[in-house]
Design a protein around this ligand. Structure first.
Ligand code: PMP
Ligand code: GLU
Length: 389
């Protein structure tokens, strides 16, 4: 079939594909250890689920304003003020069908043919593809494991051209777990401010952070940075609500209006029932988040301790998110071959690093139960010990 050029060069999401393959194998009764999951393995909190059922029973089942119900946007403004020291009005917020959708929309309204968008590698799988779908070109900045996979201001400065439209920043990061500190953010912001470009700050993992580190939104550094930043966040990770599809952006009014226009001709409002659930989550206590953080922290520490014992694997300690990005180059295998053989032989699913732009790595997610983590590490060690050069 003769499909449009814009879709021909776009690869499907590897993260979603591997997760679904692992779930299918499990469905066939195979004991798969799923280190591929890109979503928390907890149920959505009960009070949030109850709010959704109430929304249905109360008839909150019609269209809402395209950019989200006013009440929810007000709750998002409160959250941004409370957690991130950011002041926005509801006109600056657009609620979409997940943070992925928010990012997609932003790139659609910012970019046109010939534009460039800067992304640090390893990157989340969808960034370059979304940039291409917006007609622009992804410009990749390679980062180093000994700099915790963070891009520096210097690197950024040398990648900006007259065609640069935006830089995507992701902290805490997927797949590396890197968290930028205030100085590093300030350095990036200084460079961006010297040019007429935007900062897209993906903060979806802000609540999953370790060792008493604190997430800082780059938009909170000062007024000038705030004006050129578009903050993206959502409910998927913080409240274990991946299936509900609620994400949002906060940014300049003109941009928010443009995204609302785009959305009015595509999805319209995000699901009304999920919006009510999101409202309850944001206005509720953080008990669930604290519990989830503790559990992730326990698993992370265990995984770090055990993976350190495996020869031929190295990593940079993740400070946030729920992933461990491991260098497997010493095994002599590329990431696709390594991941496929690991799944076939040991029934352990991981995401090949090539999906994130780094073929020498694999991503292990610890969004899976402790028993499975223990078993998975044993299987991984066995697999590696049997690899012959
Ligand atoms: N950004 C990053 C870095 C992610 O890992 C994800 C999760 N897939 C998203 C955005 C999108 O999350 P969602 O669309 O579920 O809100
Ligand atoms: N954030 C997850 C991941 O990277 C979800 C999958 C996706 O949306 O691509 O695995």
């Amino acid at each position: 079939m003769n499909l449009a050029k814009k879709i021909a060069g776009i690869k499907p999401s590897v993260t979603l594909a591997v997760t679904s393959q692992a779930k299918q194998m499990a469905g066939r009764g195979i004991r798969v250890i799923n280190f591929a999951a890109g979503e928390p393995d907890f149920n959505t909190p009960l009070h949030v689920r109850t709010a959704a059922i109430q929304a249905i029973n109360n008839g909150f089942t019609k269209y809402t304003p395209v950019s989200g119900a006013r009440e929810l946007k007000a709750a998002i403004c409160d959250k941004l003020r409370r957690d991130n020291a950011l002041n926005y009005q509801t006109e600056q917020i657009v609620v979409s069908c997940g943070a992925k959708h928010s990012l997609f929309n932003i790139l659609q309204v910012l970019c046109q043919k010939g534009d460039q968008v800067i992304i640090a590698s390893p990157y989340w799988v969808s960034y370059p593809q979304m940039v291409k779908l917006a007609g622009a070109r992804p410009i990749i900045i390679p980062t180093k494991i000994n700099n915790q996979f963070k891009m520096t201001g210097k690197q950024l400065a040398s990648s900006i051209t007259s065609r640069t439209r935006a830089v995507i920043l992701n902290s805490p990061a997927n797949p590396t777990g890197s968290v930028y500190n205030r100085e590093e953010l300030a350095e990036i912001a200084r460079v961006v401010l010297r040019h007429n470009i935007y900062l897209i700050s993906d903060e979806i993992y802000e609540k999953i952070i370790y060792d008493k580190k604190r997430h800082i939104s780059i938009a909170s550094l000062n007024k000038k940075v705030n004006k050129i930043t578009i903050v993206v966040n959502g409910l998927s990770k913080a409240y274990s609500m991946t299936g509900w599809r609620i994400g949002y952006l906060a940014g300049p009014k003109e941009l928010a209006s443009a995204v609302a226009v785009l959305q009015s001709h595509s999805t319209s409002n995000p699901n009304s029932i999920a919006q009510k659930a999101a409202l309850t989550a944001l206005n509720g206590k953080e008990e669930f988040i604290v519990k989830m953080q503790k559990e992730f922290s326990k698993r992370r520490n265990y995984l770090l301790k055990e993976i350190r014992k495996i020869d031929k694997i190295s990593f940079s300690k993740p400070e946030g998110a729920f992933y461990l990005f491991c260098d497997i180059s010493k095994t002599g295998r590329g990431s696709l071959n390594f991941s496929q053989k690991l799944l076939e032989r040991e029934k352990v699913a991981v995401v090949p690093g090539v999906a994130f732009g780094e073929d020498n790595y694999i991503r292990l997610s610890f969004a899976t139960g402790m028993e499975d983590i223990k078993e998975g590490v044993n299987r991984l060690a066995k697999f590696i010990s049997r690899i012959r050069p």
